[in-house]
Design a binder for this molecule. Structure first.
Ligand code: ADP
Ligand code: MG
Length: 720
């Protein structure tokens, strides 16, 4: 095993032979060349057909068969001209990641390439091995995928890929995209109504997302020599290197040459696919990096994020790099998140979270701003549930990531504005008064943020013209958190609209009616606002006093999904049925249990088969040495001390692994999935993982480097 480590280290310096084209044309010349989107449809479809398609997309309506046939035919010609042989429905099952099943255009019977509208619209992948959380066994064994025309088709390799949703035959959705699309529709409807209180020209509101993606890049040979990385995506053992991130020299530092080549390569692939990647930089931890795209409509942005992760992994492979999206691949170093920058933008081009120089527009801005804070306050637990995954449990609250407590940061300037609005609450507005001035909302600075006002520790922060939901995990699919965020905002906007409408009906002046609701919301949601250090212990105490939840692990966090309040909310806005919500939780719990199980096994195997034999072999060397010293009459207490220490750690590991196996056996008999997941969390993960790791990591410091079987952190983490 130690041999494996040294073989891998030898390979580290063998640079991959990847041709990086130094003479890439301007990005504008090839951006989106592999996309069949609106522009391509406009160019290839008859004007009347194109009009139908774009109308349906905008209004969340169905596309009729004749139109689908026309689109299919145009897409086929476009794809085949670019060398495509196959098409696939591309979807996002609950397992995470994406799924696809390719079919050839070529029809051997007729001898020609074919692609019908019906094949574009619907396909039957064999769903039997996708998780269904019990829906399938009780109801219907098969499912189908259905075209999502709001996200463009794209050519990936030689395959025309069609973004789709995944639905069971009984109609339950079994993917992450479906609830997102429904939540986006809900927020469009609710936000448009509120906007029309201000401007009747606004017909639609679109949610936008710019997900900043963090990841680690490690050498492929070294990765393969770490069974834990291969099996679990994270290291279960490993002593912190002497130099971690304490020098703060990696963040925004020079990108290592090897990684730079890889970045350029994957960016080119992304641009061809119309993914607007824009920013690249080193992150805080060694070997950690970030890529951020320009924001897009949420559904497209999320498809692009999913696709980008795939592109990054494939291109990394060519460069002999393994890309880790896991939330916490290395203990003691920053984990990886996916900051979800989010806002709502009207079809007239107004970003509803951007303060403006006009007082009237600022009331519109404040309406959305305050309502969003209130929504987060009301549904903090659901928002927490939306980012709950096994991996994120290692990251949240781990002193360098947002805590598991949901709070909102808005900055000192916006705090002052809200305070003023709240305390000016009793001011009487007379006819002819400048209401905005009286309320102190006439001069919200247009640019809110200065450099000092950036709180990096908040899970949900206002950053000038958008909110940034930072608690999303690096490997997660943004669809779930985005569905929840847009849904809760839709609900709060609906409530605001109803209250305001009632007041107007009673004869209240419209703007005053709105302001009154905002004041109420500001007062009610104060507890969720926090401007201090979210990583501090004081905040944990303070949040407790305020009555905010601090739900530390996934099986408990996702209970909020099936609370009465959430189920009612999902159903009211037609985002999910009770059955779907329950099935989804079941799937998530099952997958959580499996992940903990796998990690427990990896820990057990590595500890028993690799670490302990190595420690014993080294201990034997020491025993020989001690005996030798004794024969020479030289004091050997230092050596015997080490021998004893090694024995102690071996004992801890053995006992821990044995007990952990017993716990798993016991838990596997627990039939209730939720209880089993809680058991795996408390009685397997919490009780043993750290304990065993601690002993192994201590052995790593004692045992001769020459003998140690696992690639060490310092070897994994410093790419040249
Ligand atoms: P940061 O300082 O956090 O890096 P940036 O301005 O670079 O902030 O933006 C980070 C991400 O936020 C990018 O993906 C960007 O496109 C996105 N973003 C900017 N404005 C909006 C918006 N109105 N809605 C959604 N995302 C946005
Ligand atoms: Mg950011």
């Amino acid at each position: 095993m130690a041999q494996l480590r040294f073989e891998a280290l030898k390979k580290l310096n063998e640079r991959p032979k990847v041709h990086v084209d130094a003479t890439t044309p301007h990005i504008s010349q090839f951006f989106g060349e592999n996309v069949f989107g609106m522009e391509q449809m406009r160019a290839t479809l008859a004007p009347a057909v194109f009009k139908k398609v774009s109308h349906a997309i905008k209004n969340h309506e169905k596309i009729d068969e004749a139109t689908a046939d026309a689109v299919a035919s145009a897409a086929k010609s476009w794809a085949i001209a670019k060398g495509a042989t196959h098409f696939t429905h591309w979807f996002q099952p609950m397992t995470g990641g994406t799924a696809e099943k390719h079919d050839s255009f070529f029809d051997a019977l007729s001898g020609i390439e074919k692609f019908k509208g019906s094949e574009l619209v619907q396909q039957e992948p064999d769903a039997s091995s996708f998780p269904s959380g019990g829906i399938r066994s009780t109801f219907e064994a098969r499912g189908y995928t259905a075209w999502d025309p709001t996200s463009p088709m794209f050519l990936y390799g030689k395959t025309l890929s069609i973004p789709t949703i995944f639905v069971s035959y009984t109609g339950e959705t079994l993917d992450t995209k479906s609830p997102l699309l429904k939540a986006l529709k809900a927020v469009d409807i609710a936000a448009t109504k509120v906007c029309q209180l201000f401007d009747k020209d606004i017909q639609h509101v679109v949610a936008s997302l710019g997900p900043e993606q963090e990841y680690f890049a490690v050498d492929k040979a070294l990765f393969n020599a770490r069974p834990d990385l291969v099996m679990a995506g994270r290291t279960v053992f490993g002593h912190a290197p002497a130099r971690g991130q304490q020098l703060e020299d990696h963040y925004f530092g020079t990108i290592p040459g090897r990684v730079y080549d890889f970045m350029r390569d994957f960016e080119i692939e992304c641009w061809k696919l119309g993914i607007p990647v824009r920013t690249r930089h080193n992150e805080v931890a060694p070997s950690q990096f970030e890529v951020a795209p320009l924001f897009e409509e949420v559904n497209v942005a999320n498809d692009h994020n999913q696709l980008m992760m795939d592109v990054i992994s494939r291109v990394g492979d060519k460069h002999n790099l393994k890309i880790l999206f896991h939330e916490k691949p290395f203990a003691g170093l920053n984990g990886s998140g996916k900051h979800n920058n989010w806002s709502l933008i009207t079809d007239t081009g107004v970003n509803l979270y951007a303060p403006s120089s006009s007082a009237r527009d600022n009331l519109l801005f404040l309406t959305f701003f305050v309502t969003t804070i209130k929504a987060v306050y009301e549904h903090a637990d659901l928002l927490r549930a939306s980012i709950a995954t096994a991996g994120n449990d290692f990251r949240l609250g781990a002193n360098e990531a947002p805590p598991a407590i949901v709070s909102v940061f808005i900055g000192s300037q916006m705090t002052a504005v809200l305070d003023e609005l709240e305390t000016n609450g009793n001011i009487k507005i007379e006819k002819g008064d400048n209401m905005y001035m009286k309320l102190g909302i006439d001069q919200i600075p247009e640019i809110i943020l200065d450099a000092t006002d950036r709180n990096r520790t908040s899970p949900f922060a206002f950053t000038g013209n958008k909110f940034e939901f930072r608690a999303v995990g690096g490997s997660d699919n943004c669809a779930t958190p985005m569905a929840v965020l847009n849904l809760i905002v839709a609900e709060q906007l609906t409530q605001l609209f109803e209250t305001v409408s009632k007041e107007i009906d009673k004869g209240e002046e419209k703007r005053l009616a709105i302001v009154n609701v905002l004041r109420k919301y500001i007062k009610e949601s104060k507890a969720i606002r926090f401007e201090g250090d979210g990583y501090s212990d004081e905040w944990v105490k303070e949040a407790g006093k305020r009555g905010l939840s601090n739900i530390k692990n996934m099986p408990r966090a996702i209970e909020a999904y099936v609370s009465k309040k959430s189920l009612t909310l999902f159903e009211k806005h037609e985002v999910m049925s009770h059955k779907e919500a329950e099935a989804r939780n079941e799937i998530k719990l099952e997958s959580y249990i499996k992940r903990v199980q796998i990690e427990a096994r990896v820990i057990g195997d590595l500890a028993m088969n690799h670490i302990i034999p190595t420690a014993i072999a080294y201990q034997n060397k020491l025993i020989n040495n001690a005996n030798g010293l004794k024969g020479l009459g030289i004091d050997n207490t230092a050596v015997t001390q080490t021998i004893k220490e090694i024995s102690g750690h071996i004992e801890t590991i053995k006992v821990g692994v044995r007990e952990m196996i017993e716990e798993r056996k016991r838990l596997n008999k627990v039939t209730d999935t939720h209880k089993r997941a809680i058991g795996y969390c408390d009685d397997v993960k919490e009780k043993y993982f750290e304990k065993i790791r601690d002993a192994v990591d201590k052995l790593e410091l004692l045992v001769d480097d020459e003998d140690w079987p696992l690639v060490k952190y310092r070897e994994l983490l410093f790419l040249r």
